[in-house]
Design a protein around this ligand. Sequence first.
Ligand SMILES: [Zn+2]
Length: 197
Amino acid sequence: MVLRPPSGGVFRFDPGTLWLDLLVSGGPGELSVFETLHAPADLAAWAALSRLRLDPAQVRVSQGELAAGKRLRDGLWELARALIHHDPVRPELTSLVDEAAAPPSLAPRLRGAPGGFRREWTLPATGTQLLSSVARDVIDVLSGPHADRVRECGGHRCGLVFLDTSRPGSRRWCAMQRCGNRSKVRALRERRAPDAR
Ligand SMILES: [Zn+2]
C-alpha cells in the first residue's frame, strides 16, 4: 500500500496480510488523526488500495456497512496489540470477528490460462462480503503457521503493524526506506553524540 502520513512523505508499506491492510485505514483513540473512512465510498476506496485491488466502482457499501467496518477495524487494532504484547484476547473480539466472517465472503474466480492463471474477485460485491473476507483472513492467519508473527514496526513512534511472512521471521520495519533507514540514522547520530539527544 502507498501511504501518505499527515507528517509528510510517501512510502510503500506491505502489512503482509489483508486484515492488517485494514488497520492502515485509521483507528480508535489517538489513531483517529489517520482516519480515512468517513463515507461509505471510502471503504470501497480502501478495497482498491488493499491487496484485493478491487474496482471501487463495483463495491457497494452502505452506511451501516461503513460503521460495521470501522467497528471491526477498531476491534482488530485491539486484537493486534493483544497479540503483540502477548495479552489475553477478550472474547468480545473473537465474537466480533466471527460475526463479520459469518456471511458469504468475496467469491474468488479463476481467470487466465495454464501457466498464467490468476485469481480474481467476482464483482460487484457488497461491503458485507468485503468485511467477511477480512474477518476470514483473521481466522486463517491466527490459526495458521504465522499466528505468532504479528509485529509492530520497531521504528521510533511508528506503530504500524504487519505480519512477518519472511522465512527467518526477522522483519523489523514497516518499510526499510522509512523506519529502517531512519533508525540507522538515529543510531549513527546517537553514537556520534551520545549526550546531544
Ligand atoms: Zn515504521
